[in-house]
Design a protein around this ligand. Structure first.
Ligand code: NI
Length: 198
């Protein structure tokens, strides 16, 4: 009677193993993650302060830290750019591998020249980009950035741009690595960049 028990055990274990193997094939966890990553970012065509068209491919070989906002932003944008600049100043040689990029969500007011001048207030390494309303919409959609024009008739600004505030870290191959919220602590951002940049 002992042999049949062993045979049954082998059969049951074999079946469990077979289903587990089939299961891994049916639930492709790793490819799903890669697909999710590929959904943020991609190529873009925007205009820099010199009037030159810049694409994401121009930055291959460099990490990019991409932030979207507008130059009239009273608080969150300047705070975020300062956080990034401070983090870069703490990164040592690794900072040379990283290009900080500011993309305006207000192409109506933020010409490429205005954006270019604005970012240089934060540091020499910054690249400021603008473009047509369609170009900005396309890159914002690619990065899953929310933005919306909000009239403020009582304000001297006339309108502001409500927008999400994430810093997107893209790898030297242009692929999305991670993102950081604008509310991140200075040290956490510095450590996050230091860990991600190889
Ligand atoms: Ni802002």
């Amino acid at each position: 009677m002992k042999l049949p028990v062993i045979t049954w055990t082998v059969c049951v274990l074999g079946l469990i193993g077979l289903f587990a193997w089939l299961g891994t094939g049916l639930v492709p966890v790793a490819p799903k993650t890669e697909q999710g990553k590929a959904l943020i970012g991609g190529d873009f065509a925007l205009i820099d302060a010199n009037g030159t068209t810049r694409t994401a491919r121009d930055f291959r070989g460099q990490y990019m830290l991409v932030y979207f906002g507008f130059t009239h932003c009273p608080d969150i944008c300047p705070t975020s750019l300062l956080l990034i600049e401070n983090a870069m100043n703490s990164l040592g040689p690794k900072a040379e591998k990283l290009t900080p990029i500011f993309i305006t969500l207000d192409p109506e007011r933020d010409t490429p020249e205005i954006v270019g001048t604005y970012v240089k207030n934060f540091g020499d390494r910054w690249v400021g980009l603008s473009g047509s309303a369609e170009q900005i919409r396309a890159v914002a959609d690619a990065y899953k950035v929310y933005y919306s024009k909000a009239e403020e008739k009582d304000s001297a600004l006339g309108y502001v741009i409500d927008h999400s505030g994430f810093m997107y870290l893209m790898g030297p191959d242009g692929a999305y690595i991670t993102h950081f919220p604008h509310s991140i602590a200075q040290q956490t951002l510095t450590e996050g960049l230091n860990a991600a940049i190889k």
